[in-house]
Each structure stands twice: as C-alpha cells, then as structure tokens.
Write a protein that binds this ligand. Structure first.
Ligand code: NI
Length: 142
C-alpha cells in the first residue's frame, strides 16, 4: 500500500551562467594567497561555466499538483541570479563579493539568500552549484 503522508516532493530547475573570479584573501600576502589558492589567485582572474540547480521542497498544491510552477522558477532564477551574474566578474561587478571571497561555497550562500526573499517560506530552498564538472557545493549542507 502507498503511504500518503508526508507528501513532500522536491522539484529542481537547472540554469547556467558564466562568470570570472579570483580567490583571494586581502588579509594575506600575495605569496600566501598564491600558495593556498594556486592558479585561482591569479590577479587577472579566470572563468567558470557554473551549473546552478535550485531545488524547492514542499507539498504538491491540491489544485494544480505542482509544488511550484517550473516556468516561474526558471524566470525567478533568471531575473534575480543568472541575469545578474552571467558574464560578470564576480569580484568586481557583484556587490556581495566586495568583501567576500567568491568561492563556490560563498556563491551558493549568496544565491540562496537572494532567492529566499522571493519564494514562499513554506517551501524549503536548496542550492547546488557546480563550479566544474567534478566540483560542486550544496547549501544548506546536504
Ligand atoms: Ni575558480
């Protein structure tokens, strides 16, 4: 037999943006930054093709059967995240990273905070961000 409670389902939308960054701690010497962050501390920046997966968790609406309209979710991500981050220099162009190292971890936290303001609080929000095909982070932690 099926068990009908709890009814929570996660729904996810994948989006994409390209951006440049430099990993750098201004409190450290250039030498220490290079030792720790390697090529990622390159003063002239480098780029990534970021894959962003936004997941919402909640109960399907009894009328529509949707947890969230995926078209709306896509538009929300594009309006508040990808159109803001795409083809930008994260360190120089995005105010959140003025004093915050734009690691994948911190980018995921920033994106969560941006989207959280626009999504009904009865839905849980999770961010998965791929910086490379093999390296990805999740916030809140899985
Ligand atoms: Ni990098």
């Amino acid at each position: 037999m099926f068990t009908f409670l709890p009814m929570k389902v996660s729904v996810s939308r994948k989006e994409h943006f390209n951006a440049a960054h430099r990993l750098y701690n201004p409190l450290w010497s250039d030498e220490k930054n290079s030792t720790y962050f390697g090529k990622c501390a390159n003063p002239n920046y480098h780029g990534h093709n970021y894959e962003l997966i936004v997941t919402l968790v909640g109960e399907p609406d009894p009328e529509t059967g949707y947890v969230y309209d995926m078209k709306e979710l896509s538009e929300l991500i594009q309006k508040y995240v990808t159109s803001v981050f795409d083809h930008k220099n994260l360190n120089l162009d995005i105010v959140f990273f003025k004093n915050l190292n734009p690691t994948a971890e911190n980018i995921a936290i920033v994106i969560w905070n941006i989207l959280r303001q626009h999504i009904n609080s009865k839905l849980d929000l999770k961010i998965k961000l791929y910086e490379t095909e093999r390296n990805f982070v999740e916030y809140p932690a899985a």
